[in-house]
Write a protein that binds this ligand. Structure first.
Ligand SMILES: *Cc1c(COP(=O)(O)O)cnc(C)c1O
Length: 458
């Protein structure tokens, strides 16, 4: 429903209108996501067990599926003010180019040096680690967005930051490493000889180019074997979705100012954190029976966790040392084919989103990368902003939905998450512009190979 009030290109909030609380969707879920399990005993992870890996307050957030709202500490809100609130943008130019009667809105999270939404959780996780008096945190990074975000947060708070970076990215994206080092982080290509699991993987696969799952194993091992260190993760976990709810809370406040109700909400899904954050307050209404929205997760056809994975307990890492999570997964050994350039490479999906999808409260679609980059280029030329390849998965489907409205004459309100800028992935754009980008969709046999190794649960 669109009223005639003039809607500006960008809907900003004032500092006073910024959220003061994170929203925890799980509080409103009747059927809760399944708990993380200890990989040795298959019993639910206790607060004490989790506190050995994560800092204590984050472990509490991870386990809390009852409390709907968590205060955002003043220090974190202060940091947010340096790059938030992020605008909701009305994509007038894209609508014009498409000739659609639909109204398209996007929430843009790329306006900070790290270039993505990941900073929203990085500062929260670094803050709680600092508050606990820790020396530092460890993590993994693939393309480098999370490592960069965490470096910025740790640099600000004076916390040591050790990043295990997937070896291919380390070699292909040397400037990413430089940004992290500038903010004070140390960056190690993974697999490395600095951990036992890294040495083991190198001995078995000397020429491996690394994977996210392997880098996670290394980062966790370093944290649990070094005094004063904890591990932090940039997606998948409940605590990360909680922090990212700031995206959806801001978006809803902005849209409410103009009485705009989104009919369709679209987001790309790697581990699920930006989508979980964007939809949080809307899903909350849906769970409480106050409103209904069509919610669509978009994933790459080359890494189709929701659309072709199974809903089962699996390891979060290749080294099989992290807790088991029940989620839509392709198996923890799954690595997308080498020609995959569009990000969103993780084998699993947030347990909370997995449960919502399982209950039919949201949909999922997969898209091939050449179609994704067609959409990215169309968007860039119309709207000016160069989108991240990950975000462009959402753009693809937002455009498809807007074109469908053109056929039916419906003037739907479409909201999507523009999670980041494309500056850091020009290698992928080069492949597209050179026409060397190809598509590979894994066969059922490809998937079976990694799915066969799912842990046996009795
Ligand atoms: C990491 C990243 C994603 C995917 O991660 P989610 O946890 O699924 O949100 C999407 N877009 C950008 C720009 C990213 O850096």
């Amino acid at each position: 429903m669109n009223n005639n009030q003039e809607i500006p290109y960008k809907i900003y909030l004032s500092e006073d209108e910024m959220p003061t609380h994170y929203y925890n969707m799980r509080a409103d879920m009747k059927q809760k996501p399944s708990p993380l399990l200890n990989p040795a005993t298959h019993q639910p992870m206790t607060l004490d067990e989790l506190s050995g890996v994560f800092c204590r307050e984050l472990a509490q957030q991870e386990l809390d599926d009852k409390t709907p709202y968590f205060d955002i500490p003043a220090e974190i809100r202060q940091f947010y003010k340096m790059y938030r609130p992020s605008p909701v943008v009305r994509a007038y130019e894209l609508e014009r180019v498409l000739g659609t009667p639909a109204h398209i809105y996007y929430k843009f999270e790329g306006n900070n040096t790290s270039g993505s939404h990941k900073l929203n959780s990085a500062i929260a996780q670094a803050y709680y680690a600092k508050k606990q008096g820790l020396k530092g945190v460890t993590t993994e990074t693939g393309a480098g967005q999370w490592g960069t975000a965490l470096s910025m947060a740790c640099g600000y708070l004076g916390l040591d930051c050790r990043v295990y970076m997937v070896k291919t990215s380390y070699e292909q994206k040397p400037f990413r490493k430089e940004v992290m080092r500038t903010y004070g982080a140390s960056v190690t290509p993974s697999p490395s000889d600095t951990t036992e699991v890294g040495r083991k993987i190198l001995a078995e696969h000397p020429n491996t180019t690394g994977s996210l799952g392997c880098a996670i194993s290394e980062a966790v091992e370093y944290a649990v074997t070094h005094e004063g260190y904890r591990y932090v993760l940039g997606s998948v976990l409940n605590q990360v979705l909680l922090h990212q709810s700031i995206i959806g809370l801001e978006a809803k406040t902005a849209l409410d100012k103009y009485n705009i109700v989104p009919d369709v909400i679209i987001g790309c899904a790697g581990g699920g954190s930006n989508l979980g954050g964007l939809i949080a307050p809307f899903m909350g209404q849906k769970l409480r029976g106050e409103a209904d929205y069509q919610i669509i997760a978009i994933e790459p056809a080359s890494c189709p966790s929701f659309t072709r994975g199974v809903y089962a307990y699996d390891f979060c890492d290749t080294g099989m040392i992290c807790p088991l999570a029940k989620m839509y997964t392709l198996g923890c050994d799954f690595i997308p084919s080498a020609n995959h350039a569009g990000g969103l490479r993780y084998h699993g999906m947030s347990p909370a989103l997995s449960e919502l999808y399982h209950q039919g409260l949201m949909e999922a679609r997969s898209v091939i990368q050449t179609d994704v980059f067609d959409a990215a280029v169309l968007f860039a030329r119309a709207e000016g902003t160069l989108p991240a390849p990950e975000s462009s998965h959402a753009i693809r489907v937002a455009i498809d939905e807007a074109l469908r409205c053109k056929e039916t004459g419906e003037s739907k309100n479409i909201l999507f998450g523009l999670t980041g800028t494309g500056y850091y992935d020009l290698y992928a754009y080069a492949q597209y512009n050179d026409h060397t980008m190809t598509d590979y969709i894994p066969t059922d046999e490809d998937l079976k190979r990694s799915l066969d190794k799912l842990p046996k649960m009795d």
